[in-house]
Design a protein around this ligand. Structure first.
Ligand code: UFG
Length: 333
């Protein structure tokens, strides 16, 4: 059996998926340029699993470097996590986002084609549903994204569907993530944003750690039960297990298939604050602040398709997410 290439395998979701794949007996190769991650993640993956993944410090948009990797390693499938992912930054630097996210995908597809690799699993996002009415289901029309980051996900989905259509031997699995949070229960790997966190859970964790003095809750006048936005938060270890199931599916089928990876359950910002306080026996000071541009009131998944075709369902609770996020945050200091 060949190996599984994880681009961005030192990142938040990539590293957790690396652990779950190794636990399932897969041999993996990580390609990461370390632009938003660190090399010691490879050591942490080894500590958790007892197996050291192969590691290439390359930018996967660098065709020569990627070709050298494929020439050295027999690759059965690619899971493509690598990409720029900061929503606000994508508004400031749209060209950098389109160039990086599209280029890396195209370079991977071209290189796979030369080496006969037929399976591609892609990190897409619930953001492609735009302002459609939740629960979001896979067959809904996509588009209406509110920022360039979201459009890169939308465009890459289209590129991959077209590639699968043109080559019936290709297998493409598009995974639409909802809001991944939490960390591995060991506290060794987790989400480590550089600078001020954009996302809710890392921000709450840093307030708990005393790095920031309070959380700004972006808007409490949305048409939701408590006025704050509703999101479908999913534990990153559940999400990683979803990738193991999706990879198995991709290796056994051809064509393009789309799966939501969420819990199907929505929680508000205030509920998340309370869950974090209760799980970890501490207080999170917060203030109500103006709405953040581009935020939608509701986002949550329809999860039946992944349950039926992948045999996968998220298992972990909000308490697990909050406890594990805090364990990781504490281990960083
Ligand atoms: N929030 C705050 N204060 C903060 C940070 C966030 O109140 O300091 C609120 C947001 O307004 C939102 C909720 O917490 O209501 C969740 O915000 P996140 O930034 O954690 O998550 P988003 O749903 O905005 O974004 C996530 C991913 C994106 C993806 C998007 C849509 O981070 O990559 O879902 O799928 F594009």
């Amino acid at each position: 059996m060949g190996k599984i290439l994880l681009t961005g395998g030192c990142g938040f979701i990539g590293s957790h998926t690396a652990v779950e794949l190794i636990n399932e007996g897969y041999e993996i190769v990580i390609a990461d340029d370390l632009s938003n991650s660190s090399r010691d993640t490879v050591d942490k993956i080894e500590t958790i699993t007892g197996k050291r993944p192969l590691f290439y410090e390359i930018d996967v948009a660098d065709a020569a470097a990627l070709t050298a990797l494929f020439a050295e390693q027999p690759i059965d499938a690619v899971i493509h996590f690598a990409g720029f992912k900061a929503v606000g930054e994508s508004v400031e630097k749209p060209l950098a986002y389109y160039r990086n996210n599209l280029d890396s995908t195209l370079t991977l597809l071209e290189t796979m084609s030369r080496y006969g690799t037929k399976c591609f699993v892609f990190s897409s996002s619930a953001t492609v549903y735009g302002d459609a009415e939740p629960p979001f289901s896979e067959e809904m029309k996509t588009g209406g994204c509110t920022n360039p980051y979201g459009w890169t996900k939308y465009m890459i989905e289209q590129i991959l569907k077209d590639a699968a259509h043109a080559d019936p031997s290709l297998s493409v699995v598009l995974l639409r993530y909802f809001n991944p949070v939490g960390a591995h229960e060991s506290g060794l790997i987790g989400e480590k944003p550089s600078g001020i966190p954009n996302n809710l859970m890392p921000y709450i964790s840093q307030v708990a750690a005393g790095i920031r003095d309070h959380l700004n809750v972006f808007g409490n006048d949305y048409p939701t039960p408590d006025g704050t936005c509703i999101r479908d938060y999913i534990h990153v270890v559940d999400l990683a297990k979803g990738h193991v199931a999706a990879l198995g599916y991709g290796l056994a089928h051809t064509g393009a298939e789309i799966f939501n990876l969420g819990t199907g359950r929505g929680s508000s910002v205030l509920e998340m604050i309370r869950a974090f306080e209760t799980a970890n026996h501490l207080t999170i000071p917060f203030e109500i602040a103006p709405r953040r541009a581009g935020d939608l009131p509701f986002s949550f998944a329809k999860t039946e398709k992944a349950e039926k075709l992948l045999g996968w369902k998220a298992q972990k609770s909000l308490t697990d997410m909050c406890r594990d996020a805090w364990t990781f945050e504490k281990s960083c200091h």
